[in-house]
Design a protein around this ligand. Structure first.
Ligand SMILES: Cc1cc2nc3c(=O)[nH]c(=O)nc-3n(C[C@H](O)[C@H](O)[C@H](O)COP(=O)(O)O)c2cc1C
Length: 150
C-alpha cells in the first residue's frame, strides 16, 4: 500500500501538521508514504498511490492557491484515468477552516476521491494541543487502507 501525503504551507504551521501526520502513517509498517508539497505533485504521483492525505492552510476562505493549482493541473487527466481513491483532509487556519473543507470536498467528489475519515480543522493556536489528532488521523488512514475498509 502506498500513501501520497500532499501539503502546502507558507508559514510552517501546516508543514508541522503534515509532519505529525507522516509520523502516524509511518506507524503502519505495511504502508509506504510519499511526502510532498502540492506544487511538486503530479498526476503520476497520484496514479502510483492507494490513498491520498491532503493538508492545506485556509487562505481567503478556501484552500491554498498551491493546493488549488494541484487540483487544476490534475483534474481532467485524473478523470480520464478513472482515479478512485480514498482521501483524508486536514485544514490549518486562524479561526475558520470551513471554506477550505467545503471546497476541497466539492472538488474531490468531481475527482472521484472518496471521503474515508471526517476532515479535521486545526486552528493555529491549537496546534501544540491537537497535533496528536493529526498523527492519529495518519495512522488510522494507513491502517484502514491496509485492512481495505475504505
Ligand atoms: C493570505 C492568507 C489568507 C488567510 N486567510 C484565512 C482565512 O480565510 N481563514 C482563516 O481562518 N485563516 C486564514 N489565514 C490564516 C492561516 O490559515 C493560518 O495562519 C495558517 O496557520 C497558515 O498556515 P501555514 O503556516 O501553513 O501557511 C490566512 C493567512 C494568509 C497568509
Amino acid at each position: 500500500m502506498q500513501i501520497l501525503l500532499i501539503y502546502h504551507s507558507q508559514g510552517g504551521n501546516t508543514e508541522r501538521l503534515a509532519k505529525a501526520c507522516l509520523k502516524g502513517v509511518k506507524k503502519e509498517s505495511q504502508v509506504a508514504v510519499y511526502f510532498q508539497r502540492a506544487f511538486d505533485t503530479t498526476l503520476e504521483d497520484i496514479l502510483k498511490c492507494d490513498g491520498l492525505i491532503i493538508l492545506t492552510p485556509e487562505y481567503f476562505g478556501t484552500m491554498s492557491g498551491a493546493m488549488k493549482d494541484f487540483f487544476d493541473r490534475t483534474y481532467y487527466p485524473a478523470r480520464e484515468k478513472e482515479v478512485n481513491l480514498p482521501f483524508a483532509l486536514v485544514v490549518c487556519c486562524e479561526n475558520d477552516g470551513e471554506g477550505a473543507i467545503r471546497d476541497v470536498q466539492k472538488i474531490a467528489s468531481g475527482y472521484r476521491l472518496r471521503k474515508s475519515l471526517e476532515p479535521i480543522i486545526i486552528k493555529e493556536k491549537e496546534i501544540a494541543a491537537r497535533e496528536h489528532e493529526v498523527t492519529e488521523l495518519g495512522q488510522t488512514f494507513a491502517a484502514g487502507l491496509v485492512m481495505d475498509i475504505f
